[in-house]
Design a protein around this ligand. Sequence first.
Ligand SMILES: [Zn+2]
Length: 281
Amino acid sequence: MPEGPEIRRAADRLAALLAGCRPERVEMAPGVLPGMERRLQGRRIVDVSARGKALLTRFEGGTILYTHNQLYGRWEIHPPGPIPPSSRALRLAIHCREGAAALYSATEIELLDEERLAAHPYLARLGPELLDPAMEERTIAERLALPRFGRRCLMGLLQDQSVVAGLGNYLCCEILFDCGLHPSGRLGTLPEETPVRLAASALRLARQSYRTAGITNDLRRAAALEKRGASFEARRFLVYRRGGLPCYRCGTPIEKGRYCGRMGYLCPRCQPANQAGGAAP
Ligand SMILES: [Zn+2]
């Protein structure tokens, strides 16, 4: 599943092609927004942005194309001209002079105005958007500190998009390691400053991952590993997908396990299960 940084990068790629374009043609698969092609053709696209796992393509005049990719949906960018055949189902294509943006297999495609966008059931239940460039640490920390979240297991809490939008499995594992917290920990039993530390780490790692196309490891360490020939996968994470390999902080083998019903990775020494303090070593 793509997480906040990947989704925002996908939105950026689409925006690079679509923002400012007046589509010469909009192609829809049968049954997708019947009769709406004309409403979009020739209408200038203002921008493309991400909200949770949805992409919003805003057209001049207040029309917003809402697409949610669920598990299999995917946007691709093609050179100008007909969209090449694919084994995936083409749902919709926006043809501009410089190229075409094609959406495959997405199940949720809607045209909305600002008012209906605000009331959209998926968007309405999302928490604050972690990768919103204007997002502040304080907003995330205050949200996490709400008493109603205090009894929930961190691994589940942080990945609940209605708490904070943008964190998935890899970011969650990396943030918990960064903070020295066990995934089964609960904020209600952890020191008072824990939400602030989590918020700072979440913003820092999500923004770094967005900037670097997926690196949450310490950047100097990742650069040193690259010099020694490590693949991208082998250098990008602190603990995620590093089961059995030595912890970068203490050398203890990283553990892969199920925490609160979700697969994850942790260092058993840096992230002990019964934490009174929860401070990173
Ligand atoms: Zn460790």
